[in-house]
Ligand binder design. Sequence first.
Ligand code: ADP
Ligand code: MG
Length: 561
Amino acid sequence: MTIKKLPDNVIKLIAAGEVIDSFTAVVRELVENSLDAKASRIVISLYPDSWSLRVADNGEGMTENDLLMAIQPHTTSKITSTDDLTKIQTLGFRGEALHSIAQLANLNITSRVKDSCGWQIITTNTQVIKSYPKAIAVGTMINVSDLFGNIPLRRQVNPCFKKQLKSIQNLIAELALCHPLLTWQLLVDDRLILAISGNNSVKKIFPQLLKTVKYSDLEERQVKIKTPNQNHLSTLNLVVGMPDRISRPRNDWVKIGVNGRVIKCQELESAIYSSFHRTLERDRYPLIFLHLQTSPRQIDWNRHPAKAEIYLDNIEFWQENIKENIEKIFRLTDNNLSTKFENKRVENIFKVSENKAVYNLELPQKIEQNQNYFGLINLQVIAQARNTYIIAEHSEGIWLIEQHIAHERILYEQLKNQWEIVTIETPLILSKLLPKQLDNLATLSLEIDCFGEDLWAIRSIPKMLLHREDCLEALIELSWGGDLDTAQVAIACRSAIRNGKKLTISQMENIVNEWKMTKNPHTCPHGRPIYLSLEESSLYRFFRRHWVLGKSHGIQEISNS
Ligand code: ADP
Ligand code: MG
């Protein structure tokens, strides 16, 4: 589509564009243009000392005429009328960025469209000073030099380059997750800083962005959802760091993308946090990327000049869908375990003795088992070890499940679902309670009366404590505790089967079956992992089973000699 000047009525409806105030802002505008031009490869080169940068792409390119139009104010090829504002499919639409950058720097733009020759323009202060044919592959290369040369103050207020580089890396990371097929390179003074090769699975992008993340730490889920009141299917793509395998010290990797751009959306973030509630250790945060691709009519981008915040229609509908789908990812189904994850510790054990060669594994046939209604994994309890671990077998390997924390997870979720306070016939008497303790017990809706000097009668208690011998201790513990949730965790922990207790096979089966059905079976409410997986494929490698099957196998040679 050719570039045109926007009519005045459209210009008035567009919120003021982002101020170009930093390297990052320039890079953002240029790479978003590359993405809109359907590039599959983008190379960004930064030269901080000379306040210069270059963005090169292999997108559709621009003709000579388009090049000359592109640097004029309010010129765009992406929308033409007010109606188009309601169905924006591109990242840009305001037609302001190139013009603004041309006001703040010298530009040298070379571009070529398919079946035409390339063209180059050189501009100073938005004036084209040279324009001539130039040989170039299809695509666009924009050189920005002497950025803010005419506004020295803006250079002074710019944060140090190290900080800017971080925000540029973050920007690229976010765009790479939203557009996983793209290949990216970031260079500083011609030195490669970041390289991302495109892949159709977002899961494969993560380990390229964060060294600490392994492919097997993640689960991915993509679902098509009917958009409310629309004849349109939206796509929700979730990549979730499993809580027993990975978490972050800061909330820097809860990212939400909507139609190709990472945005801030408090409402969707809170849906994510509520799904991760009580799955991670204290002060740890989830790692998750969520990308919602929906009809442009559902989104109003005009909430924020940098399009960093949006208004999204049917927000509660999307919140519910996000929670539901994260819950499905947490479920212990065969599908979710298809990546054959190896717990980090187990993997380290294996690494010690593992050969570097790639083995052609012939995996044992899957044990055919009936799946239950939810498609949950079939676990066969076979034994108890050290009166602590339930050993369970399934089609892909063996799991060790820690009995106490598996049970704690079950009880915690039961308490969450049905918190019940029951009246007791004989009140329990507590003494020497401080006002703060009394307040805490009252917050939990327990009935408490003064029973004499420094004595209190507790007339109702949480149902789960009803027949427990340690009920008094539990109540004292609760009186020191914080909110209802903390109390529920404390009661679950106290009531759960202790480690060291011998269990029968049927008792263990009950625990395993109930645990499988929990919403968050991976970690206990304190964030400890509940099970350790020993996948058959890893055991196969560890025990070098291929040696026996191979033609020149060592074992036979040894026994022959
Ligand atoms: P907008 O992106 O809002 O349309 P810009 O000022 O960023 O406005 O760009 C103006 C126009 O220049 C775009 O509409 C597009 O047609 C063209 N353009 C800019 N960068 C590129 C590029 N890398 N490849 C192809 N066309 C481009
Ligand atoms: Mg643009």
